[in-house]
Design a protein around this ligand. Sequence first.
Ligand code: ASP
Length: 431
Amino acid sequence: MAKQKKSLTFQIMIAMGVGTLIGILINLLFKESVIIQGFFVDGVFHIVGSIFVAALKMMVVPLVFVSLVGGVTALGDISSLGRISLKSLALYLTTTAVAITLALGLAAVVGPGQGFEAGAETFTFQAKEAPPLGQVLVEMVPANPFRAMSEGKMLQVIVFALLFGIAVTLSGKKGQHVLNFFNDLNVVIGHMVDIIMKLAPVGVFALIARTFATEGLDIILPLAGYFLVVASALLIHAAFSYGLLLRLVGGLNPLLFFYKMRSVQLFAFSTASSNATIPVNLKNVEERLGANNSIASFTIPLGATINMDGTAIMQGVATVFIANVYGIDLGVSEFLTVILTATLASIGTAGVPGVGLVMLAMVLGQVGLPVEGIALIIGVDRLLDMMRTAVNVTGDAAVTCIVAKSEKALHIETFNDRRALYRLEPESNSQ
Ligand code: ASP
C-alpha cells in the first residue's frame, strides 16, 4: 500500500516535470508550427486539461454539500459550530494580513520596478469590479439554493448546508434517516473523487505542458524582479508563517505537514484554482493529516473562498511594483489601506484562476494607483497564479489542522504517521 501511496504523488510529479519540459521545448522550437500549436497545444493538451479541471470542479458542490451536512451533524451542537467559525475566520484573516504585510515589507526593501523601462501606456487592462463587502454579506444567503449550487457559489452553498445540517440535528429520529443517507452518499462521492484522481497524471501533464508552451519562460525576464519578490514572499510565508503557526499554536510538526501536502499543492499549482482543489484538499486533510470531517468539511471550502494568502502576497508586491514604475510614493497610510483592502477583498472573491487580478484592481483603486498598471504584470500572472494557489490551499489545510487540534478533532496518530493511508490512491480504497 505504501508503494501505491507513493506512486500517485510520484506520477503527478513526473507528469509535471515532463509537461514543463515539453511545454518549454514547444515554446522555444515550435512556436510557429501550425500542427504542433493547433493539434497539441490548443488541441489535445487543451481538451485533456479542461476535461480534468471540469471533472474536479464537477465534484466540488456535491462533495462540499454532502460532507458539510454530515460534518455539522457530527458536531452535535450549534455552539461548537459558532466557535469553529470564529476560530477559522480569525485565523484566515490574520494569516492573510500577515501575508500581505510580509509582501509589502519585502517589496519595499527590494524595490521591484524601480527603473522599469517598458512604457506603461503601451499596455491596456480592463478591470472588473470586485464586490463590496456589504453585498458579499447579503449574498451569503442564497435566495435560491439550487441556483447557488448550479452556479457554484461556495459561500451560499456553505450557508445552506450549515442550516440544513443544523436542522437535521434538530429533527431527532427523522433526521437520523436523512443523516444515514448523507453519510452513505459521502462514501459514494468519495469514490467518485478517487476515480477522477486516476486521471490526475495525464490531466496535470496536459495543463502544465500547455501553460509553458503558451507562456514560455522568456516572458519572465523583463519582470524578473517582480517575479522573484513574489516567489520569495510566497516561499517565506508558506515555510515560516505556516510553519510557526503549526508549531507554536497547534503544537504540530510542520515538516510532516508540508510533506503530506505535496500532492495537494501540485493539484493547486496545475489547476490554479483553490476551488477545483477542494476535493483533493479535503481528502488529504482528513485521511492523511487526521482532521475530523466535522471540522474539515467546513474549513476547507470556506478557506478556498475567503482565505487567499498567496493572492494577498501578489497584491502587496504588485502594488509596490506598480507604484515604483509610475514613480508614486506610498506612505504608511497607503500601506495600511492595502493591508485592509486586500484582506477584505479576499472574502468576497472565489478561488478561481486569475481572480487575484480583479482583487488587485480594487486595491490599486483604494490607494489611488493607476489600475492600468495591472497590464504590466499580466504577462507573468499565470505562472504566479499557479504558485500562489498552491500557497492558498496550504493555508486552508494549516488552519484546518490547527482548528481541529484545538477542538480535539485531530487524530494525532494519523498526523504523525508519515505513511498514513492515502485514499487519494484509488486502489487503496478497497477496504
Ligand atoms: N487562483 C487563485 C486561487 O484559486 C486566486 C488568484 O490568486 O487568482 O486560489
